[in-house]
Write a protein that binds this ligand. Structure first.
Ligand code: HEC
Ligand code: HEC
Length: 385
């Protein structure tokens, strides 16, 4: 893979990445779609959608992240136009774009005809994140070389028998961060710090995070030049307002709402035992440290929490939602736990998704402050100030 292309993929973080907060409206719901639901289907928002039809526009943007990540390509490798002129994205014709459409059909056929409709083959299965063509011949170098590092897949392998139960892991976590009683006193917090993305959009910017129990969250990345980037979940609805996007204020739906809700609920760990259903445990390694994992469901989302076996602290959260071309994972790595009003909270976290990565570093967190409800409401479209 060209280093340059990866940078471009990552450079698109701020402009395209948060789209991966995606949705599956159609799959999760019974009955015919309403007018409002029809309105936000990809084919009704964009001009030239021939295969990825019937999914909401934010899930559609998630599929573009899958394409980029699975093939090690940047948007411009398939779309001949420059990123900010969205009208060209409908008109452009490139051999890769044509091929990608064929591949979507092929992939769906393979899963349907050979795997009973389960989504076991995706773009990544064959392309493996590389922009060279899938290999035809077994590699002797791989056969006799050191095994390549493989990260955890979205689905946790089952735990060895005899390990701690989910409730035991969560109890240890509650003790590690200050004890269940202390944790229950946390009802809101406000944090200030710095956000940095990657690539040309990567310059550090001020960020504010607002959180209110049981499940509201708003993140505001300040950018006077282009307009703020605001990601908000108010307990029932979620939105992303950001400059340089085809949709200025993108609304979340379906599993993406579930996914956002799970993340917001986990910010207030007093109720952590009831956030997920169908909890199963596993064990793994993150950066050479043993972690105990708990995977469960939140509506249509699959969520996995990883706890450091020694400290008991939550070090990683992976939440993912479905799309027609593979799951859309968002990974958050927490670190630098410090005490705030007697409760240990992470001051640093890194968010990674299919076409982007960003770092959050807080300098101060204040607990139990009053936050007006408007803070979590649907954000206004971005504008310079
Ligand atoms: C592997 C090739 C490929 C990559 C990489 C790719 N796209 Fe696409 N894109 C497509 C195809 C194919 C379509 C048309 C899908 C269809 O017909 O259902 C499309 C359609 C679109 C559309 C809709 C255009 C319209 O109005 O009809 C947008 C917007 C878009 N892509 C944005 C992006 C962004 C942003 C990225 C980078 C994160 C990206 N794409 C990466 C292949 C690609
Ligand atoms: C079953 C394996 C398989 C799957 C699944 C698969 N591909 Fe491919 N893809 C291939 C092979 C093999 C080629 C090379 C074909 C050739 O050399 O003619 C290829 C070629 C391509 C190319 C052309 C590459 C270039 O640089 O010219 C694009 C674009 C592409 N695939 C996109 C996708 C997308 C998008 C998906 C998921 C929707 C996908 N593929 C899923 C096997 C696969």
């Amino acid at each position: 893979m060209k280093v340059g292309s990866r940078q471009m993929v990552c450079g698109a973080v701020v402009t395209t990445g948060v789209w991966l907060l995606s949705v599956a409206l159609v799959s999760g719901q019974a009955g015919p779609p309403t007018a409002a639901q029809n309105q936000m289907l990809a084919e009704n928002v964009f001009k030239n959608i021939t295969v990825l039809r019937g999914i909401p526009v934010d899930e559609f943007m998630g599929t573009m992240g899958v394409f980029s990540a699975a093939l090690g390509l940047s948007c411009e490798d398939c779309h001949t136009a420059s990123s900010n002129d969205w009208s060209n994205y409908a008109r452009d014709v490139s051999p890769r774009k044509t091929m990608a459409r064929q591949m979507v059909r092929m992939m769906a056929d393979i899963n349907k005809q050979h795997f009973g409709g389960r989504q076991v083959v995706t773009c990544f299965t064959c392309h493996r994140g590389s922009n060279s063509r899938p290999r035809v011949t077994s590699s002797l170098t791989i056969l006799y070389g050191a095994p390549p590092l493989d990260e955890l897949d979205v689905l946790t392998p089952p735990a060895a028998p005899g390990g701690p139960t989910a409730v035991q892991i969560l109890d240890k976590y509650l003790t590690a961060i200050g004890g269940a009683q202390r944790v229950a006193t946390l009802t809101s917090w406000v944090a200030k710090g710095t956000y940095s993305g990657y690539g040309p959009e990567g310059a550090p910017r001020p960020v504010e995070v607002y959180a209110k129990a049981p499940n509201q969250k708003s993140v505001v990345v300040r950018d006077p030049g282009a307009g703020d980037n605001v990601t908000t979940f108010n307990g029932t609805g979620g939105w992303v307002s950001a400059p340089f996007r085809p949709i200025e204020v993108l609304e979340l739906h379906g599993p993406e709402i579930d996914s956002a809700r799970a993340e917001a609920e986990i910010l207030f760990p007093a109720n952590i035992k009831t956030v997920l259903t169908g909890m199963r445990t596993g064990n793994d390694f993150i950066d050479d440290r043993t972690v105990l994992s708990i995977q469960g469901n939140k509506g249509g989302a699959i969520v996995t929490m990883y706890f450091d076996e020694e400290t008991g602290l939550l070090t990683r959260l992976v939440r993912s939602t479905p799309s027609p071309v593979g799951r859309l994972p968002v990974q958050i790595d927490y670190s630098d736990y410090r005490e705030v009003s007697g409760v240990k909270m992470p001051f640093k976290w890194r968010m990674t998704w299919l076409d982007g990565r960003s770092n959050f570093e807080m300098t101060e967190i204040q607990a139990n402050v009053t936050i007006p409800a408007t803070r979590f409401a649907r954000p206004a479209p971005p504008k310079p100030y």
